[in-house]
Ligand binder design. Structure first.
Ligand SMILES: O=C[C@H](O)[C@H](O)[C@H](O)COP(=O)(O)O
Length: 262
Protein backbone atom coordinates (compact mmCIF):
# COMPACT_ATOMS: atom_id res chain seq x y z
CA UNK A 1 0.00 0.00 0.00
CA UNK A 2 2.81 2.45 0.86
CA UNK A 3 4.31 1.77 -2.59
CA UNK A 4 1.49 3.88 -4.02
CA UNK A 5 2.63 6.97 -2.16
CA UNK A 6 4.55 9.57 -4.13
CA UNK A 7 7.74 11.00 -2.57
CA UNK A 8 5.84 14.22 -1.82
CA UNK A 9 3.07 12.32 -0.02
CA UNK A 10 5.71 10.39 1.93
CA UNK A 11 7.32 13.70 2.94
CA UNK A 12 3.95 15.10 4.05
CA UNK A 13 3.12 11.88 5.88
CA UNK A 14 6.36 11.70 7.91
CA UNK A 15 6.13 15.40 8.83
CA UNK A 16 2.54 14.85 9.97
CA UNK A 17 3.38 11.70 11.92
CA UNK A 18 6.28 13.38 13.69
CA UNK A 19 4.19 16.43 14.61
CA UNK A 20 1.53 14.25 16.21
CA UNK A 21 4.18 13.34 18.83
CA UNK A 22 3.60 16.82 20.28
CA UNK A 23 0.04 15.87 21.23
CA UNK A 24 -0.40 14.85 24.87
CA UNK A 25 -3.28 13.38 26.83
CA UNK A 26 -5.92 15.98 27.75
CA UNK A 27 -4.86 18.55 25.15
CA UNK A 28 -7.16 20.75 23.09
CA UNK A 29 -5.72 20.59 19.59
CA UNK A 30 -6.35 22.77 16.53
CA UNK A 31 -6.48 20.82 13.27
CA UNK A 32 -5.31 22.57 10.10
CA UNK A 33 -6.66 22.15 6.59
CA UNK A 34 -5.10 20.83 3.37
CA UNK A 35 -3.43 17.67 2.14
CA UNK A 36 -0.60 17.74 4.71
CA UNK A 37 -2.98 18.48 7.57
CA UNK A 38 -5.19 15.61 6.37
CA UNK A 39 -2.30 13.20 6.95
CA UNK A 40 -1.91 14.64 10.43
CA UNK A 41 -5.62 14.12 11.21
CA UNK A 42 -5.35 10.49 10.08
CA UNK A 43 -2.20 9.94 12.17
CA UNK A 44 -3.82 11.60 15.17
CA UNK A 45 -6.90 9.39 14.83
CA UNK A 46 -4.65 6.34 14.88
CA UNK A 47 -2.69 7.51 17.92
CA UNK A 48 -5.88 8.33 19.80
CA UNK A 49 -7.27 4.85 19.03
CA UNK A 50 -4.06 3.00 19.87
CA UNK A 51 -2.93 4.94 22.93
CA UNK A 52 -6.33 5.99 24.25
CA UNK A 53 -5.40 9.68 24.41
CA UNK A 54 -8.28 11.91 25.46
CA UNK A 55 -8.03 14.96 23.29
CA UNK A 56 -10.55 17.46 21.99
CA UNK A 57 -10.04 18.75 18.48
CA UNK A 58 -10.99 22.07 16.87
CA UNK A 59 -11.02 21.84 13.05
CA UNK A 60 -10.32 24.80 10.77
CA UNK A 61 -12.73 23.87 7.95
CA UNK A 62 -15.77 21.76 7.19
CA UNK A 63 -13.47 19.36 5.28
CA UNK A 64 -11.20 18.84 8.26
CA UNK A 65 -14.16 18.52 10.61
CA UNK A 66 -15.61 15.71 8.46
CA UNK A 67 -12.28 13.87 8.31
CA UNK A 68 -11.70 14.31 12.05
CA UNK A 69 -15.10 12.78 12.83
CA UNK A 70 -14.42 9.96 10.36
CA UNK A 71 -11.25 8.97 12.18
CA UNK A 72 -13.02 9.09 15.55
CA UNK A 73 -11.72 12.37 17.03
CA UNK A 74 -13.80 14.28 19.57
CA UNK A 75 -14.61 17.46 17.61
CA UNK A 76 -15.59 20.64 19.45
CA UNK A 77 -15.94 24.26 18.36
CA UNK A 78 -13.41 26.97 19.18
CA UNK A 79 -16.03 28.65 21.35
CA UNK A 80 -16.28 25.46 23.41
CA UNK A 81 -12.50 25.14 23.65
CA UNK A 82 -11.78 28.89 24.04
CA UNK A 83 -8.00 28.32 24.08
CA UNK A 84 -5.91 25.54 22.61
CA UNK A 85 -2.70 23.88 23.69
CA UNK A 86 -1.48 23.20 20.21
CA UNK A 87 -2.38 23.63 16.54
CA UNK A 88 -0.82 21.56 13.78
CA UNK A 89 -1.28 22.82 10.22
CA UNK A 90 0.31 22.87 6.79
CA UNK A 91 1.49 25.94 4.86
CA UNK A 92 2.02 27.08 1.29
CA UNK A 93 5.33 28.82 2.01
CA UNK A 94 7.61 29.07 5.06
CA UNK A 95 10.54 31.49 5.40
CA UNK A 96 13.53 31.32 7.76
CA UNK A 97 11.75 33.35 10.43
CA UNK A 98 8.79 30.95 10.26
CA UNK A 99 6.56 33.52 8.59
CA UNK A 100 4.02 31.72 6.44
CA UNK A 101 1.75 32.09 3.46
CA UNK A 102 -1.42 30.09 4.01
CA UNK A 103 -4.81 29.85 2.35
CA UNK A 104 -4.11 27.81 -0.78
CA UNK A 105 -7.07 25.72 0.33
CA UNK A 106 -9.16 28.82 1.19
CA UNK A 107 -9.19 28.06 4.93
CA UNK A 108 -6.90 30.89 6.07
CA UNK A 109 -9.47 32.73 8.19
CA UNK A 110 -10.40 29.90 10.51
CA UNK A 111 -6.78 28.71 10.44
CA UNK A 112 -5.47 32.07 11.63
CA UNK A 113 -8.09 32.40 14.36
CA UNK A 114 -7.39 28.87 15.62
CA UNK A 115 -3.58 29.17 15.43
CA UNK A 116 -3.65 32.52 17.24
CA UNK A 117 -5.75 30.98 20.01
CA UNK A 118 -3.11 28.27 20.53
CA UNK A 119 -0.15 28.21 22.90
CA UNK A 120 1.89 26.63 20.13
CA UNK A 121 1.61 26.33 16.36
CA UNK A 122 3.49 23.51 14.65
CA UNK A 123 3.70 23.71 10.86
CA UNK A 124 4.17 20.53 8.86
CA UNK A 125 5.65 20.80 5.41
CA UNK A 126 7.87 19.32 2.75
CA UNK A 127 11.10 20.96 1.61
CA UNK A 128 9.52 22.43 -1.55
CA UNK A 129 7.67 25.02 0.54
CA UNK A 130 10.77 26.48 2.21
CA UNK A 131 11.69 29.85 0.70
CA UNK A 132 14.17 32.67 1.24
CA UNK A 133 11.48 35.31 0.70
CA UNK A 134 7.72 34.81 0.73
CA UNK A 135 5.66 35.71 -2.33
CA UNK A 136 6.18 33.23 -5.16
CA UNK A 137 3.00 31.53 -3.97
CA UNK A 138 0.04 33.88 -4.58
CA UNK A 139 -1.01 35.53 -1.33
CA UNK A 140 -4.68 34.76 -0.54
CA UNK A 141 -6.87 37.54 0.77
CA UNK A 142 -10.33 36.74 2.15
CA UNK A 143 -12.78 39.50 1.18
CA UNK A 144 -16.50 39.86 1.72
CA UNK A 145 -18.55 39.39 -1.48
CA UNK A 146 -20.26 42.80 -1.13
CA UNK A 147 -18.36 45.24 -3.37
CA UNK A 148 -15.45 42.87 -3.90
CA UNK A 149 -14.41 44.67 -7.11
CA UNK A 150 -14.09 47.94 -5.18
CA UNK A 151 -12.10 46.10 -2.50
CA UNK A 152 -9.86 44.67 -5.24
CA UNK A 153 -9.24 48.18 -6.64
CA UNK A 154 -8.38 49.46 -3.14
CA UNK A 155 -5.97 46.57 -2.63
CA UNK A 156 -4.26 47.32 -5.94
CA UNK A 157 -4.00 51.03 -5.06
CA UNK A 158 -2.44 50.11 -1.75
CA UNK A 159 0.08 47.78 -3.45
CA UNK A 160 1.00 50.62 -5.84
CA UNK A 161 1.58 52.96 -2.90
CA UNK A 162 3.94 50.37 -1.40
CA UNK A 163 5.81 50.12 -4.71
CA UNK A 164 4.99 46.44 -5.08
CA UNK A 165 5.96 45.96 -8.71
CA UNK A 166 4.63 43.52 -11.26
CA UNK A 167 1.67 42.43 -9.20
CA UNK A 168 -1.64 41.10 -10.44
CA UNK A 169 -4.74 40.16 -8.46
CA UNK A 170 -7.31 37.54 -9.36
CA UNK A 171 -10.60 36.37 -7.92
CA UNK A 172 -10.38 32.68 -7.03
CA UNK A 173 -12.92 30.64 -8.96
CA UNK A 174 -14.65 27.36 -8.32
CA UNK A 175 -15.30 26.25 -11.88
CA UNK A 176 -17.25 29.04 -13.59
CA UNK A 177 -18.38 30.74 -10.35
CA UNK A 178 -16.44 32.64 -7.69
CA UNK A 179 -15.26 30.43 -4.85
CA UNK A 180 -16.98 30.84 -1.50
CA UNK A 181 -15.05 30.09 1.68
CA UNK A 182 -16.56 28.27 4.68
CA UNK A 183 -17.36 31.74 6.04
CA UNK A 184 -19.23 32.76 2.86
CA UNK A 185 -16.49 35.07 1.55
CA UNK A 186 -14.42 35.26 -1.64
CA UNK A 187 -10.66 34.91 -2.07
CA UNK A 188 -8.49 37.37 -3.98
CA UNK A 189 -5.11 35.91 -4.89
CA UNK A 190 -2.32 38.50 -4.95
CA UNK A 191 0.47 37.52 -7.34
CA UNK A 192 3.36 39.49 -5.89
CA UNK A 193 6.45 37.36 -6.70
CA UNK A 194 8.30 38.72 -3.68
CA UNK A 195 7.11 40.24 -0.40
CA UNK A 196 9.76 42.62 0.92
CA UNK A 197 8.17 43.63 4.22
CA UNK A 198 5.92 40.84 5.42
CA UNK A 199 4.89 42.51 8.67
CA UNK A 200 3.96 45.80 7.01
CA UNK A 201 1.98 44.13 4.23
CA UNK A 202 0.06 41.93 6.69
CA UNK A 203 -0.95 45.01 8.68
CA UNK A 204 -1.94 47.33 5.84
CA UNK A 205 -3.97 44.73 3.94
CA UNK A 206 -6.23 44.26 6.95
CA UNK A 207 -6.92 48.02 7.11
CA UNK A 208 -8.78 47.96 3.78
CA UNK A 209 -12.58 47.89 4.12
CA UNK A 210 -13.92 44.61 2.74
CA UNK A 211 -10.77 42.66 3.58
CA UNK A 212 -11.51 40.11 6.27
CA UNK A 213 -8.06 38.55 6.64
CA UNK A 214 -4.85 37.90 4.72
CA UNK A 215 -2.86 34.68 4.39
CA UNK A 216 0.34 36.02 5.98
CA UNK A 217 1.02 34.36 9.34
CA UNK A 218 3.60 36.48 11.15
CA UNK A 219 4.91 35.58 14.62
CA UNK A 220 2.36 32.78 14.97
CA UNK A 221 4.33 29.63 14.15
CA UNK A 222 6.86 28.33 16.71
CA UNK A 223 7.94 25.03 15.24
CA UNK A 224 8.38 23.71 11.72
CA UNK A 225 8.57 20.01 10.91
CA UNK A 226 9.99 19.36 7.44
CA UNK A 227 9.46 15.90 5.98
CA UNK A 228 11.47 14.26 3.19
CA UNK A 229 10.48 11.50 0.79
CA UNK A 230 13.06 9.09 2.25
CA UNK A 231 11.52 9.22 5.75
CA UNK A 232 13.79 11.88 7.25
CA UNK A 233 12.25 14.64 9.30
CA UNK A 234 13.79 17.83 10.57
CA UNK A 235 12.31 19.65 13.57
CA UNK A 236 13.11 23.33 13.81
CA UNK A 237 12.17 25.24 16.93
CA UNK A 238 12.23 29.04 16.90
CA UNK A 239 12.08 29.32 20.72
CA UNK A 240 15.51 27.78 21.31
CA UNK A 241 16.81 27.88 17.72
CA UNK A 242 17.27 24.12 17.80
CA UNK A 243 17.27 21.76 14.82
CA UNK A 244 16.72 18.05 15.44
CA UNK A 245 16.65 15.23 12.93
CA UNK A 246 14.89 11.90 12.95
CA UNK A 247 13.91 9.18 10.50
CA UNK A 248 10.52 7.48 10.46
CA UNK A 249 9.58 4.12 9.02
CA UNK A 250 6.60 3.80 6.74
CA UNK A 251 4.27 1.39 8.48
CA UNK A 252 1.52 -0.04 6.33
CA UNK A 253 -1.87 0.70 7.75
CA UNK A 254 -5.12 0.29 5.90
CA UNK A 255 -6.71 3.01 7.99
CA UNK A 256 -4.11 5.58 7.06
CA UNK A 257 -3.53 4.75 3.44
CA UNK A 258 -6.97 3.61 2.30
CA UNK A 259 -7.96 7.08 1.13
CA UNK A 260 -4.88 8.81 -0.23
CA UNK A 261 -4.52 12.55 -0.29
CA UNK A 262 -6.96 15.25 0.69
O1 LIG B 1 -6.21 26.99 3.17
C1 LIG B 1 -5.46 26.02 3.25
C2 LIG B 1 -4.29 25.94 4.10
O2 LIG B 1 -3.68 27.13 4.46
C3 LIG B 1 -3.31 24.81 3.81
O3 LIG B 1 -2.77 24.47 5.04
C4 LIG B 1 -2.21 25.16 2.82
O4 LIG B 1 -2.80 25.59 1.61
C5 LIG B 1 -1.29 23.95 2.57
O5 LIG B 1 -2.02 22.93 1.96
P1 LIG B 1 -1.33 21.58 1.48
O6 LIG B 1 -0.85 20.87 2.68
O7 LIG B 1 -2.42 20.84 0.76
O8 LIG B 1 -0.22 21.96 0.55
Amino acid sequence: MTGELSPIDKAKFVAAKKAVEFVEDGMRVGLGTGSTAAWMVRCLGEVVREEGLRIRAVPTSARTAALARDVGLDVISLDEARWLDLTIDGADEVDHEFNLIKGGGAALLQEKIVATASDRMVVITDASKEVETLGAFPLPLEVIPFGWQTTKALVEEMLDSLDVMGRTTSLRMNGAAPLFTDEGNHILDLHLNRIGNVRQLAMVLNQIPGVVENGLFVDICDTVVVGYGDGRVQLRDLNDNSIREDRLEFVESDNLFADLGD
